[in-house]
Design a protein. Structure first.
Length: 231
C-alpha cells in the first residue's frame, strides 16, 4: 500500500462519478433518449442505449451523447441534432427529478476527513447550473477552490483547467493528486502534468482500458473510502 501523506498538499476531484454518483441521472438519460427518438418514430431499447454508451466509452469517444445520437438517427442529421439539443436542454429536468447531486454519506465522510489535512479543489466539466446545485448541497464547504469548467472557461482534458486550479490553491503538480473515473479526461492529462493520478473504478467509465502505459493511473480505488488508508 502506498503512503502519500508526506508529499501531497492538495487533492483535485472530478465531480461526476467520484462525488456525484449520477446513478439516477443515467437512468433518466436512457428514458429521455427513448422519448426524444420516439418523437421521430424511432424505437430504441434501454439495452441498445447501454451497449452504444459502452462502445463509445471503450472507444474513447469525446462526446458520448452525440455518438449515441449519431448511432440511432439513421443517418438523418436533423434527427441527430434535434435529439442532441433536447437531451442537453432536459438536463435541468433530470437534475430536478433526481434531486441532484447524488452524494452518498461515504463521500461526505471522506471529504470531511481530507479537508482537515489537505487543500481540496474541483477539476470538472460541469455547467453553472450544476455548480449552483452542488453549492446548495453544502458540499463546497469542504473545498478551498470550488469552480467548474463553465465558470473557469476551460474543459478537461485541456491542461489549463488543471493549471488554473493549482494556481488558485498555490501548489505544484508534484504536490497534487487528481481523482477521477475517466482515463481520457482525468488520468491522461494528470499524468502529462506529473500529477499523481488516482482512478476510481465505479460507474459506466469502468469500461475504459488504458491503451498504452502513459494512460495508466498511478493508483486505483473502488470507492473514496479507500483514500483514508493512503492519505
Amino acid at each position: 500500500m502506498i503512503n502519500l501523506k508526506n508529499r501531497i498538499k492538495a487533492i483535485l476531484f472530478d465531480i461526476g462519478g467520484p462525488i456525484d454518483s449520477e446513478i439516477h441521472n443515467d437512468k433518466l438519460l436512457k428514458l429521455h433518449f427513448k422519448e426524444e427518438f420516439s418523437k421521430h418514430n424511432i424505437t430504441i431499447r434501454s439495452s441498445d442505449i447501454e451497449n452504444c454508451i459502452e462502445r463509445s466509452i471503450v472507444n474513447f469517444d469525446k462526446n458520448i451523447y452525440l455518438s449515441l445520437c449519431e448511432n440511432f438517427s439513421n443517418g438523418n442529421d436533423h434527427i441527430k441534432k434535434s435529439v442532441y439539443k433536447n437531451i442537453l436542454l432536459r438536463s435541468k429536468e433530470r437534475d430536478l427529478k433526481r434531486n441532484a447531486p447524488e452524494i452518498s454519506d461515504d463521500v461526505i465522510e471522506v471529504l470531511k476527513y481530507l479537508s482537515k489535512y489537505y487543500k481540496l479543489g474541483v477539476v470538472a466539466n460541469q455547467t453553472l447550473n450544476a455548480l449552483n446545485l452542488l453549492k446548495n448541497s453544502g458540499i463546497n464547504k469542504y473545498f478551498d477552490n470550488f469552480e467548474v469548467s463553465d465558470s473557469i472557461g476551460f474543459e478537461k482534458p485541456d491542461k489549463r483547467i488543471f493549471l488554473h486550479v493549482m494556481n488558485i490553491l498555490e501548489v505544484s503538480s508534484e504536490e497534487c493528486i487528481m481523482i477521477g473515473d475517466r482515463i481520457d479526461n482525468d488520468i491522461i492529462p494528470a499524468n502529462k502534468l506529473n500529477i499523481f493520478s488516482i482512478r476510481i473504478k465505479n460507474g459506466k467509465f469502468i469500461h475504459q482500458i488504458p491503451r498504452e502505459v502513459s494512460e495508466k493511473p498511478k493508483y486505483e480505488i473502488d470507492n473514496l473510502l479507500e483514500l483514508k488508508n493512503i492519505l
